[in-house]
Design a binder for this molecule. Sequence first.
Ligand code: FE
Length: 230
Amino acid sequence: MNPHPLQKIPYGLYVVCSRKNDKINGQIVNALFQVTSQPKTVAISINKKNLTHEYITHSKVFSASILCQECPMLFIGTFGYRSGRDIDKFKNINYKIGKTGVPIVLDNTLGYIEAKGIKKLSVGTHTIFIGQVEDAELLAKKPVLTYEYYHQVKGGKSPKNAPTYIEEEKPKKKEEITMEKYVCTVCGYIYDPAKGDPDNDIALGTAFKNLPKNWVCPVCGAGKDAFEKE
Ligand code: FE
């Protein structure tokens, strides 16, 4: 079977948040879609190991913030590659509490949906939560961040617990050493000299070895020493 047609399915990128009593958490989700219009319902797919899964199961509410294209990689990394069990993801993040009591991330967000869980469906590693939309708001007129843009332009990867994760094929040998890609062993982000790191003013064509010593992974914040040749 060729897994690549599955990679052609278009998605957006969202921060999905929930709560458990006075604890709050959020994570990046790509699998979100509207199911019905009367009443308005949306579905999301969440890995069962994730803290947000535990919180949605408990409180039966979730929010989804729709990310804008200019969203920095580090923001996506914080919500997508770190666990709320280890860090407070809401430190230095603008958010508000919605009508259902769920936190709603406002940074890098062009609009949000707040939903109350009405159904859940267990599918192997993931659960599909279907929620009735309780509130929704548009916050900014900006281009939306699609999954394709995140991969193609920003160089982002799917973490292992994403529904769309596919194991990468071994790359071919590169002719030009300076253009070699380096992969972050923490989050899987690939530094590609052909793309540079525009979020951090690293110009196109900058070889990995010429990156400043204090340069860190734009996704997870790991240092240069956490990188390996791809
Ligand atoms: Fe990283």
